[in-house]
Write a protein that binds this ligand. Structure first.
Ligand SMILES: NC(=O)c1ccc[n+]([C@@H]2O[C@H](COP(=O)([O-])OP(=O)(O)OC[C@H]3O[C@@H](n4cnc5c(N)ncnc54)[C@H](OP(=O)(O)O)[C@@H]3O)[C@@H](O)[C@H]2O)c1
Length: 275
């Protein structure tokens, strides 16, 4: 039985994780971490019976894994608390700065830590196939468009940034300057990667990668219908991470078997003599 605590349980993602965890017979939901100023608040819309506290260490010492969807500063604090309590950490918080990532990496020297900017399976597969497409269409223009709900704080999304890095790595010979949005006289430069953030409505997450030549356009589009897609990925990650050795893990490690076929297929196609 996996003993789970959720940070950010009053938020959209934390709520979705708690709902799935409560319905999962393989999980005991130990409780939820909240900000000190929210302790005792009566307006928290949560299912009854969940223990809520700002005392992170007390809950984490009883837990195997913390799933965290909060904000960068809180995630860094929770990483230190997990290390002190000996509790594994799965976090999906985006917009982490270098200092905050350093705190997570320090925690990973004593506990297993898995950070992913997107827990959806569809995005994991997109990331796996993108290098082959970018290499095959090396001189095509690339643009990334992402759309998220009006409450999202960071832009561009962590997923758009990760896709951008994959594209840049696939074209090492090109400088690949990155342009965020365009305005006024803004002629496209060769090799440029355009990245555009739309904010509005309740959209849980939509990413579009456009690859275009003068005569053709290839569109890779991904959309989640509900936050359950991310929550299910985070719970799968928590089950996979519990009991592992301290270290820094990626969502691709968890999906290695499934993604391995794709990576192998791209590699095999690139080998001389392969059909
Ligand atoms: N990796 C993925 O697949 C994925 C998917 C979706 C979202 N995300 C990311 O997950 C994060 C949360 O997204 P969301 O849509 O759930 O946001 P949200 O609805 O605003 O929820 C944020 C949660 O964090 C808590 N929080 C804020 N500041 C805190 C602090 N200083 N200390 C402790 N808790 C604090 C909030 O508590 P209060 O209620 O007290 O404010 C709330 O419970 C964002 O970074 C988002 O980009 C990642």
């Amino acid at each position: 039985m996996l003993r789970l605590t959720v940070a950010g349980i009053t938020g959209r993602m934390g709520h979705a994780v708690a709902e799935l965890a409560r319905a999962d017979p393989a999980i005991t939901l130990i409780g939820g971490l909240i900000r000190p100023e929210r302790e005792g608040a009566s307006d928290l819309m949560l299912p009854a019976g969940i223990q809520l506290t700002a005392d992170a260490l007390a809950l984490l010492r009883e837990s195997d894994v913390l799933i965290d969807f909060t904000q960068p500063a809180a995630t860094a604090r929770y990483a230190s608390a997990c290390a002190e309590a000996g509790c594994a950490l799965v976090t999906g918080t985006t917009g982490l700065g270098d200092d905050q990532l350093d705190e997570l990496r320090t925690a990973a020297t004593s506990i297993p830590v898995l950070h992913a900017s997107n827990f959806s399976l569809g995005i994991a597969v997109l990331r796996a196939v993108l290098p082959a497409l970018v290499r095959a269409l090396a001189d095509w223009d690339v643009e990334i468009v992402e759309h998220h709900h009006r409450h999202k704080r960071d832009a561009p999304s962590g997923t758009a940034l990760a896709l951008r890095e994959i594209i840049r790595a696939g074209r090492p010979e090109t400088n690949s300057p990155v342009v965020a949005g365009r305005e006024g006289m803004a002629l496209r430069r060769p090799g440029e990667i355009g990245i555009h953030a739309i904010r509005g409505g309740g959209e849980p997450g939509r990413h579009l990668v456009l690859l275009g030549s003068e005569d053709e356009l290839l569109e890779l589009s991904h959309r989640v219908h509900s936050r359950r897609a991310y929550a299910a990925g985070a719970i799968a990650a928590a089950k996979w991470l519990a009991g592992r050795a301290p270290g820094w893990y990626r969502i691709d490690d968890l999906l290695a078997e499934r993604l391995g076929d794709l990576a192998w297929a791209s590699y095999a196609r690139g080998r001389p003599g392969s059909s």
